[in-house]
Design a protein around this ligand. Structure first.
Ligand SMILES: C[S@@+](CC[C@H](N)C(=O)[O-])C[C@H]1O[C@@H](n2cnc3c(N)ncnc32)[C@H](O)[C@@H]1O
Ligand SMILES: Nc1nc2[nH]cc(C(=O)O)c2c(=O)[nH]1
Ligand code: SF4
Ligand SMILES: [Mg+2]
Length: 228
């Protein structure tokens, strides 16, 4: 039986500007959940991979971290909503990321936050079945041939409002083409390329390919601005 109140393992909770994808530039509350088994070698949040019991802390400790650590706090949807007010957040867009947030049932969280007037977005690798509300904006960043051995799910590709593919080399674009053939997204899904780690050659490849294909470019604006 499902628990009545879902507990979410939270690595970070902060307010900033969405730096990636369609909502780039939008003030947003970021909720980063702990745990990811996918294992992308270039992942910029590797501190969220392991969810170990000895790294569990209280909410206050999690909120006042000054560096990226594997510490996480367990919170319910209502506790999170109360924290948004306590922290004085004014954004109405909430980005659920990680880690891999699709490992968790986000239905209750979505319902609670939407009822309070928030719009939700999830950032996911597309390797776990989605448990989100109908109104959640789904950004799938497909992870192909990663060490964890997880496969991108056709149902995630079909649900995606946005497909934001990390690229560094031509073979990553070829792999995306192959995925789009195998698992077609909906016709109105927005496709974007995101250069890996701001590498100049990756950025140049993404620019030329986006122009050629009429795809979007997503450049991780927050890293250029040196903000969270
Ligand atoms: C850290 S992941 C967390 C959410 C989920 N696990 C996923 O992969 O979508 C958030 C976004 O950052 C992207 N990302 C991670 N490391 C990156 C890097 N070094 N350069 C560019 N994008 C990166 C991912 O592809 C994804 O779009
Ligand atoms: N500003 C900002 N925008 C982001 N968009 C996606 C992020 C993520 O880590 O999922 C992220 C992030 O960490 N910071
Ligand atoms: S799926 Fe996302 S969080 Fe997990 S390793 Fe890859 S980029 Fe990092
Ligand atoms: Mg990030």
């Amino acid at each position: 039986m499902k628990p009545i109140t879902t507990l979410y393992p939270v690595n970070e909770l902060f307010e900033t500007i969405q730096g990636e994808g369609v909502f780039t530039g939008t003030p947003a509350i970021f909720l980063r959940l702990q745990g990811c088994p996918v294992g992308c070698p270039w992942c910029d949040t590797q501190h969220t991979w392991e969810k170990s019991a000895d790294k569990q802390v209280d909410a206050q400790t999690m909120l006042t971290k000054t560096s990226a650590t594997a510490e996480w706090a367990e919170l319910t949807a209502l506790q999170l909503l109360a924290l948004f007010t306590e922290q004085g957040f004014s954004a109405r867009h909430v980005v659920i990321t990680g880690g891999e947030p699709a490992m968790f049932d986000l239905q209750e969280l979505g319902e609670t936050l939407e009822k309070a007037g928030y719009q939700l977005q999830i950032e996911t690798s597309g390797t776990f079945a989605l448990q989100v509300t109908a109104d959640t904006w789904v950004t799938v960043s497909p992870k192909l041939d990663m060490p964890g051995g997880y496969l991108v799910r056709p149902d995630c590709m079909q649900r995606a409002n946005e497909i934001k593919h990390p690229v560094a080399m031509q073979k990553h674009i070829d792999a995306l083409d192959n995925l789009l053939q195998r698992c077609p997204p909906r016709s109105d899904a927005i496709i974007a390329l995101q250069p890996i780690s701001q590498r100049p050659r990756a950025t140049q490849l993404a620019i030329t390919t986006c122009i050629k294909r009429n795809w979007r470019l997503s450049v991780q604006l927050h890293k250029y601005l040196n903000i969270e």
